[in-house]
Design a protein around this ligand. Sequence first.
Ligand code: ATP
Length: 248
Amino acid sequence: MTNRTTNAAQAPSSPGRTFHTEGLSKVYKTGETSVTALDDVTLDLFEGQFTVLLGASGSGKSTLLNILGGLDTPTSGRVWFRESELTALSQRGLTRYRRDNVGFVFQFYNLVPSLSARENVRLVTDIAPEPMHEDEALGLVGLSHRLDHFPAQMSGGEQQRVAIARAIAKRPGVLLCDEPTGALDSKTGVQVLEVLEQVNRETGTTTVVITHNAMIQKMAHRVLFFTDGRLVDVKTNAHRIAPSEIDW
Ligand SMILES: Nc1ncnc2c1ncn2[C@@H]1O[C@H](COP(=O)(O)OP(=O)(O)OP(=O)(O)O)[C@@H](O)[C@H]1O
């Protein structure tokens, strides 16, 4: 990863930390109006943890996730991924950071309709340095029996599991999920959460999940609460529940 500036400060040393942000703000300006999407957010996200971001619509969760994933940049403040300062990277550096370190899962699965499950995952394994075999990634999400199916031949939950396989096949350091169950019914949503929990447990991938469903917080190691762009509370769960126990 190349730093744009040579004097980019190191994040205060903390080996177990995946992300650290300091005073992160994002203001969107459209003509005369400006919207503060993130307001002075300082936080840590830890290696291997399953973290849930909770907050009302418009509270800044997606904006934060996009900045952590290198899809967007803050108006002010700083972000570190492990020892590297993301806010010191050029656009090219951010592209490399995303390619090498980040798996994304979105509400709508964004699969290529003309490609099979295996071929959709291969899109990523073809360009990653040390990927899993696509059949292994699809096996991890319980889809070994759907390798040659096309998106239109799969349920919403199965399509989301292909999207998860695609995201994890490059063995990313972080898996960032924006409303991964938002388009699914409760039964299918639980299955997708089970896959995310299992991937987190078996691969140790730091996982961040945005949700509107407050019940999902009970399966997380940590929960971050957002209101009007501000981080207003952080909770650590002493006891986590399984996705199947979630009262949807
Ligand atoms: N590209 C943009 N241009 C202008 N305003 C934006 C843009 N993206 C987000 N916003 C505004 O920033 C605020 C935070 O949006 P964000 O999508 O981060 O919230 P959220 O908590 O993820 O919401 P939701 O749960 O509905 O997805 C909102 O008021 C939103 O309208």
